[in-house]
Design a protein around this ligand. Structure first.
Ligand SMILES: Nc1ncnc2c1ncn2[C@@H]1O[C@H](COP(=O)(O)OP(=O)(O)OP(=O)(O)O)[C@@H](O)[C@H]1O
Length: 499
């Protein structure tokens, strides 16, 4: 019997075919602790979590929970022991109501002689949502009516429903607005105060620093070490993650606003309800135009309007030759690419290979008549997966087998490969580790040099300041500021326009 830690794992090893996801990992996590878990994409964080929550099983090694041997057969068993997880991917199912999603598999609790009492189901769902501070969500609504953020909050309510002793938060916060994040932080603080434990997986070092009592680092499936609160610095974390000092500039080295005179795209007085109100601007050849603001300011929707995926109530998006963008197919024909923020849902085919996903948008570029040469497909996929350092066996591997961050890289690779002239990138580095973030920035610079134009929507101010030639800031659907690239432009200037 061991009782000093709530979770203890010793010598855990896990392989998937040729991939060694975890090698001899040992660590202990205490009661009433928020433990961060950090490591590059594919370093084994989610795999370790899956061993403890029972969705995966170690090849060797031992695990203990509250001093008892712990070998959960499945997630249900660990849930009964009050170990829950909030996952990175979407965990709700279309076609059902919010409440039905929340109590999936537990309908019998709300049934009498085989009939589900829907009113009770909705009442219980509403209570659980209110309990986490998400009372604005209607438990009777169909889940697909909800925004991505609210769907995530439904999952949070489910994870908190049985009052867990241990909660894994796996890359959940990066997809949320500040409001959604704060809601989760508050729940985490409350759990810690009650002596419960949180394992917090994130690439956002600032939030890990803020929230965690200690942070453990994984590198390539190996446990590197654990830092206590007073030892945590971003430089130390980076060194432990990467195994060397991270040198060189992360963002652009120049402070000049530099693009060509030629305008490639015009957004004219675009309005969509209250979400986007009378927005106009021009995008130039070779320009990186940043669009910033709080998540709900309308910038994500504006990006969809530019791609033709949302039809505005008034105004238009057009190229300088007058071609109007009215649908995604007209956008693609005009060589406009769109990289959505919510990448799993909107842009990957998980049950096909990395290669198929990458070349999908580039068929016109590589096909010879009606023939698509397999070699050209493979070369294109290899080149771009290589540039983005996708951690994989080869490009024939299924996308569903990749870690979350590596899936994101495949989406980025797909749009980098297709030779579009205008790239709409909505939060291009979300969920991507620091090493590859730098590679994406270098690719953006290269595209700029080639005369391609980029609209980058971002919630990260250092990224906006570090990469954009110009920054347009939005608030409550309206444009509240426009800033030119300069050495003296600061986060403070942007914040002023955002709030
Ligand atoms: N079901 C699977 N089949 C094959 N390989 C897998 C499977 N699950 C995980 N892997 C591999 O194991 C390695 C570790 O993946 P894991 O998801 O644990 O990484 P991670 O640290 O959580 O990454 P990220 O930060 O990108 O989410 C990766 O190389 C991944 O491709």
């Amino acid at each position: 019997m061991q009782k000093e830690s709530v979770i203890k794992v010793e010598h855990i090893t896990k392989t998937f075919g040729l991939t060694k996801a975890l090698t001899d990992v040992s660590l202990e996590i205490g009661y009433g602790e928020i433990r961060g878990l950090i490591g590059e994409n594919g370093s084994g964080k989610s795999t370790l979590a899956s061993m403890i929550v029972g969705t995966g099983h170690p090849d060797s090694g031992e695990m203990w929970y509250r001093g008892e041997k712990h070998n959960p057969k499945n997630m249900l068993e660990s849930k009964e022991k009050k170990i829950n997880i909030l996952i990175q991917e979407n965990g709700t199912i279309n076609g059902l109501t919010v409440a039905e999603n929340m109590f999936l598999g537990k309908e019998s609790t709300f049934s009498k002689s085989g009939n589900v009492n829907k009113r009770r189901l909705i009442e219980e769902g509403s209570k659980a949502l209110a309990r986490i501070g998400a009372g604005h969500i209607n438990a009777a609504d169909r889940i697909e009516k909800l925004s991505f953020e609210d769907r995530k909050l439904v999952e949070v309510a489910v994870a908190m429903y049985n009052e867990p002793e241990v909660l894994f938060v796996d890359e959940t916060t990066t997809a949320l607005s500040q409001k959604g994040r704060e809601l989760i932080y508050k729940l985490m603080d409350e759990m810690r105060e009650a002596g419960k434990t949180i394992v917090f997986i994130s690439h956002d070092m600032a939030e890990l620093e803020r929230m965690c009592d200690s942070i453990s680092v994984l590198r390539d499936g190996h446990f590197v070490g654990t830092l206590q609160k007073e030892e945590i610095t971003q430089d130390t974390l980076k060194r432990m993650m990467i195994g060397r000092e991270l040198t060189g500039d992360y963002y652009r080295g120049d402070y000049e606003m530099s693009y060509q005179e030629e305008v490639v795209l015009e957004v004219d007085n675009v309005t969509w309800g209250e979400t986007v109100q009378d927005i106009s601007f021009q995008l130039h050849k070779g320009e990186i135009l940043g669009l910033g603001g709080l998540t709900e300011c309308g910038m994500h929707e504006l990006c969809k309007i530019i791609f033709g995926a949302i039809k505005p109530d008034s105004g238009s998006v057009h190229l300088t030759d007058g071609t109007k963008i009215t649908s995604p197919s007209s956008a693609i024909k005009s060589k406009i690419a769109y990289m959505p923020k919510d990448r799993d849902l909107e842009s990957l085919f998980l049950a096909t290979s990395i290669k198929d996903n990458i070349v999908m948008a580039s068929m016109d570029k590589i096909k010879k008549g009606f023939f698509i040469p397999p070699r050209a497909e493979k070369e294109l996929a290899d080149e771009h997966a290589g540039k983005l350092e996708v951690k994989m066996q080869n490009t024939s591997q299924y996308v569903r087998e990749l870690s979350g961050g590596n899936k994101q890289k495949v989406v980025v690779a797909k749009w980098m490969a297709n030779g579009s002239e205008i790239l709409l990138m909505d939060c291009p580095t979300r969920g991507i580790d620091i090493g590859v973030k730098a590679a994406i920035y270098r690719l953006m610079e290269q595209l700029k040099k080639e005369g391609k134009s980029i609209i980058m929507v971002s919630e990260e101010m250092p990224e906006l300041l570090g990469m954009s030639d110009r920054i347009i800031v939005m608030k409550d659907g309206k444009q509240t500021g426009e800033f030119e690239r300069s050495e003296v432009l600061s986060e403070h200037d942007l914040i002023h326009a955002m709030l």
